[in-house]
Design a protein around this ligand. Structure first.
Ligand code: AMP
Length: 282
């Protein structure tokens, strides 16, 4: 596995791969890797001849009071894991390398970036879209792999790729969970043992909504109430949002018959966690 920090070198190596006729898969991450990330790498390895992974804790997507400084970093362990997974290229640039001093260009996917997580994290999706657009330009992958875990991010990036006619296919992979149902996340390391148990309430709320929908409940307001009431039963959790939306536009739906995204965000202690499920058309 090549370990590259320079943008120019990364471009050269990726061009070499594509010029040799190999399909290139790309998995962007912020590191502190877990099985969720590994599942994206495995999907890329299965679908593409070569796989590049980036590890970059992107300051642009963190708000001024968020966890940029304490975000977990584990480069040596990550690098070993990626090597074992058969990754061809690891791109881990510094902030100065990614953002040339004086850089003033941003990618703004308007409207949709102000929904779900965009409400309590203003500017977050501008940071995500800007870094992913730049990474796509550096790597120029045939396919890029993202997790359904970050459902709003997927919607924003799909829109960006469509609106800017980017030549990349997005592949969305299912949410990997711990045995007890907690969605895997690099941020789970922040949770104390008590909080770790309290955090299960997110998945529990989603499952309750799934069961209600399976049992024939069609009223979206009542489904949302069901989810919110489960969160309210856990004093250790503070709800940010519980929403049922169109998975592409992230706008509230009044009817789940054509399928819908059920998404939740809540603070457990000071850790903000997200989870979601897709209701299928019925
Ligand atoms: P992150 O390092 O948190 O920016 O995540 C990098 C990629 O891994 C994103 O596309 C995430 O959606 C994806 N990812 C994170 N957690 C999971 C998970 N539990 N299951 C599947 N994909 C995930």
């Amino acid at each position: 596995m090549r370990h590259i920090e320079s943008v120019d070198e990364m471009k050269a190596v990726c061009r070499e791969i594509t010029r040799s006729g190999r399909t290139l898969g790309f998995v962007p991450t912020m590191g502190a890797l877990h099985e969720g990330h590994a599942s994206l790498v495995r999907a890329s390895r299965a679908q593409c001849k070569a796989t590049a992974v980036s590890i970059f804790v992107n300051p642009l997507q963190f708000g001024p009071t968020e966890d940029l400084d304490k975000y977990p970093r584990a480069m040596e362990r990550d690098s070993r894991l990626l090597q074992e997974l058969g990754v061809d290229v690891l791109f881990a640039p510094t902030v100065a390398e990614m953002y040339t001093p004086g850089a003033t260009t941003y990618v703004e996917v308007s409207e949709i970036s102000n929904r779900l997580d965009g409400v309590s994290r203003p500017g977050h999706f501008r940071g995500v879209a800007t870094v992913v657009a730049k990474l796509f330009e550096i790597v120029r992958p045939d396919r890029a792999f993202f997790g359904q875990k970050d459902a709003a991010q997927v919607a924003v990036l799909r829109r960006m790729v469509r609106d800017l006619a980017m030549d990349v296919q997005l592949v969305v992979c299912p949410i990997l969970r711990e045995k007890d149902g907690l969605a895997m996340s690099s941020r789970n390391v922040y949770l104390s043992a008590v909080e770790r148990k309290e955090a299960l309430v997110l998945n529990r709320a989603l499952m309750r909504v799934q069961h209600a929908a399976d049992a024939g409940e069609r009223d979206v307001a009542r489904l949302i109430e069901t989810g919110k009431s489960v969160i309210a039963e856990e004093p250790g959790a503070r709800l940010d949002y519980f929403a049922i939306v169109d998975p592409d536009a992230l706008e509230a739906v009044s009817d789940i018959s054509r399928g819908a995204l059920v998404a939740v965000a809540a603070y457990v202690g000071s850790t903000r966690l997200i989870d979601n499920l897709l209701l299928t058309a019925r």
